[in-house]
Design a protein around this ligand. Structure first.
Ligand code: CDP
Ligand code: MG
Length: 686
């Protein structure tokens, strides 16, 4: 079947950046800013192209105005008709902060005309027209509405990041487009089983120069190009390689602060932990600065940052102050921070990677790795948005030359378990879907095995009722399986509490490696002999008691005293509400509880974590039951110095060695029914 794209030759349109400020009629300062963005000059041409084509590819430098303006142009030009405009984002923090910005530009409050929807958090209403959604949320909407009938325009933003979910959408939207627009094309009126008043339009937006591939995938869709306002950036490399990038970043920051003229600093670090460490060190040294020197104000920026703290990034810097932003690669393209003159690039990022074992069992883990050339260039570019800037790379020029050109798409390096389950729910098989880059066959097979082990697929790879129920939950299939197993054991209350804590975006137990003894002491009263999952549950219960009787500040102090992250609790409470609602949908009584909960709860966790179970070996190490991987119990675990016969764990981290975190001790008999290497897995497809 050929896809009915508008027959148009690929056209390249080059927009010029605006020359200096333009006179504006509007009194709203945000409107003035809108009109001065590089994209504003190309507005009419852009709207024309989107109107005339089913698919448009928009390429533009970071900060040119793509994400905030394109949805508004589409809305203002009436191209969305009665439908909604979805703008996908790979990161939730970008979706919420962009919705807030665009709502302000439209002079409305967020959640009305402009809203957002990310996992476990939503602000939109029936009349919402522009919705910033995480790519994962749009995949979920697809499960209940396979042609996305509520949307007339889908904007796939940050497509160059090639997240698994964006790739999933790119593939599915191609078929949806064929279905929807064919119906509308046939004599202009709706025909057949579908009734969609608006044809679908797709806009793919990317910040890097790989647009040809998207265009080819969508039958040579036109590529439009917006040039940003980019000033020269002088780049410096270190002469020798640095062993401790956090320490090098600290020293480089103070060299800039002491020697260089005013201008804000943006430091790229791999993750939240490094950001917190550097934040503390800079604060400590900044306090010792002479009073007459410029002050320092610090702003962290990472994916799980609470919305209340995001706003500070965009606030203008007070006089006699230098703002220093400590960010993950979220600030590379997703979020443009104004006022940056200096960039410090550690050259590191965190990347999700699937660790696959010989027998096909594996899991995703976050690894710190070197960035790519494309990232290094994006990072340097952040310094030249408003004037000439400087980028200090904490790596040598040779190291830069050795970097990969761009990152491998997630579909080639991450677990496909959840995606395969979602495809199954849509009646599709991985091998039949036309992806931009096909997934690795080994990973695809391993996803099928995992789903079979979890009971989501039967021996002939057919979706089971249990599998369909698992897909109803917006959490990883293994967590959904844990909840669903509680139906048999009558302990839903406890299981949902623990799964809510595990699904929160931040960790409950704060871990400071040089304070582990103090931490163990402080948390002694929550400690449960079976391990971390019940210890978490005990802490959660105590927190809820405190929350019911004490003031906000006492609650905070209580969390601090016990080294617990309060945000994990507040987030888990919200997640719990939503999981309970879903339980009702799958006919599971979430109020089920009993007095002897330990064994039933551990049985539920074993059902979901059987691929992450390990047995004690004579030498004191643990060997994974499926996968033969040797793991140690992480020093932050309550079971770290115990030698229990068998464990299950919910996380695996690599720091020199494979460490199991989030560990519970289970009787060996729980694992005895599990056949180690897979000999009788699901029937393979080839
Ligand atoms: O998507 P693209 O990188 O092309 O640009 P954008 O995200 O639409 O941002 C356009 C402008 O809006 C930038 O100059 C940002 O600094 C500004 N902006 C802002 O001030 N506050 C936000 N929350 C988002 C964007
Ligand atoms: Mg953008």
């Amino acid at each position: 079947m050929s896809v009915p794209y508008t027959p148009r030759k690929k056209a390249r349109i080059h927009f010029e950046p605006n020359e200096g400020p333009k006179k504006s009629k509007s009194t709203n300062p945000l409107q003035k800013q809108r009109e001065q963005l590089p994209i504003a000059k190309g507005k009419d041409a852009l709207v024309r192209e989107i109107r005339d084509n089913d698919v448009t590819i928009l390429l533009g430098e970071t900060g040119s105005g793509k994400t905030t303006q394109v949805p508004q142009y589409i809305l203002e030009a009436g191209l969305a008709g009665d439908g909604m405009i979805a703008v996908t984002q790979p990161r939730r923090v970008a979706a919420t902060s962009l919705a807030a910005r665009v709502a302000a530009e439209q002079s409305v409050t967020v959640g009305g005309l402009v809203g957002y929807s990310v996992r476990f958090d939503e602000a939109c209403q029936a009349h919402t027209k522009i919705k910033y959604v995480s790519d994962g949320m749009l995949v979920r909407e697809l499960l209940s509405d396979p042609i996305l009938s509520r949307y007339s325009v889908v904007i796939l933003d940050e497509a160059h990041e090639r997240t698994l979910r964006t790739d999933f959408l790119i593939a599915n939207l191609k078929t949806i487009l064929a279905k929807r627009n064919q119906v509308n094309d046939s004599k202009g009126k709706t025909k057949g089983p579908l009734s969609v008043s608006n044809p679908l339009k797709i806009v793919v937006m990317s910040a890097t120069l790989d647009a040809e591939k998207f265009s080819r995938f969508y039958n040579n869709a036109p590529i439009l190009y917006v040039k940003g306002r980019q000033h020269p950036v002088q780049i410096f490399h270190t002469v020798v390689s640095q062993t401790n990038y956090v320490d090098s970043a600290l020293r480089t920051f103070f060299q800039i602060h002491v020697d260089k003229p005013p201008g804000d600093v943006l430091i790229f670090l791999p993750g939240q932990e490094d950001i917190e460490t550097l934040d503390k060190s800079i604060k400590m040294y900044a306090q010792r600065l002479p009073i007459e020197r410029m002050q320092v104000t610090l702003c962290p920026m990472y994916a799980s940052l609470p919305p209340s703290k995001q706003a500070r990034i965009f606030a203008s810097t007070p006089p006699h102050t230098r703002k220093c932003i400590l960010a993950t690669n979220i600030a590379e393209t997703s979020i443009t921070i104004p006022g940056i003159k200096y960039v410090i690039d550690t050259g590191k990022c965190k990347e999700k990677r699937y660790i696959s074992k010989d027998n096909g069992c594996g899991f995703d883990t976050l690894l710190t790795r070197d960035i790519t050339k494309s990232s290094a260039m994006q990072r340097a570019g952040r310094a030249g948005r408003e004037g000439p800037g400087f980028c200090f790379r904490l790596y040598t020029e040779e190291a830069f030359k050795d970097m990969a050109i761009s990152a491998e798409p997630e579909i080639r390096r991450c677990s496909l378990t959840q995606s395969v389950l979602q495809l199954k729910c849509l009646g599709q098989d991985l091998e039949e879907v036309e992806f931009m880059d096909p997934p690795d066959i080994v990973y695809a097979m391993s996803a099928l095995k995992s789903l079979w082990l979890l009971g989501a697929l039967d021996n002939s790879k057919t979706l089971t009722t249990l599998g369909r129920q698992m897909a109803t939950f917006p959490i990883e299939p293994y967590l959904a399986r844990i909840i669903l197993t509680s139906k048999t054991h009558g302990c839903a209350v406890e299981v949902i509490d623990i799964v809510s804590l595990l699904s929160s975006s931040s960790k409950l137990f704060l871990d400071v490696s040089d304070q582990r003894d103090a931490i163990t002491d402080a948390r002694r009263k929550f400690r449960h002999p079976s391990g971390d999952h019940f210890t978490m549950l005990n802490a959660f219960r105590s927190y809820q008691e405190i929350a019911a009787s004490e003031s906000k500040s006492e609650r905070k102090a209580w969390c601090r005293k016990h080294y617990l992250n309060e945000r994990t609790f507040t987030e888990a409470l919200k997640i719990r509400d939503q999981l309970r609602v879903i339980c009702r949908r799958v006919d599971l009584d979430w109020r089920a509880s009993r007095s002897d909960i330990e064994e039933p709860v551990l049985r539920c966790f074993t059902a979901g974590l059987m691929q992450q179970s390990a047995m004690l070996q004579p030498d004191g190490s643990y060997k994974q039951l499926m996968g033969q991987l040797v793991v140690k119990i992480h020093p932050a675990s309550t079971l770290c110095d115990k030698k229990v016969p068998a464990i299950i764990f919910d996380e695996l981290v690599y720091t020199g060695h494979a460490y199991a975190r989030g560990v519970s001790s289970v009787p060996r008999s729980f694992l005895s029914g599990i056949t180690p290497p897979m000999t009788n897995g699901p029937v393979t497809s080839r």
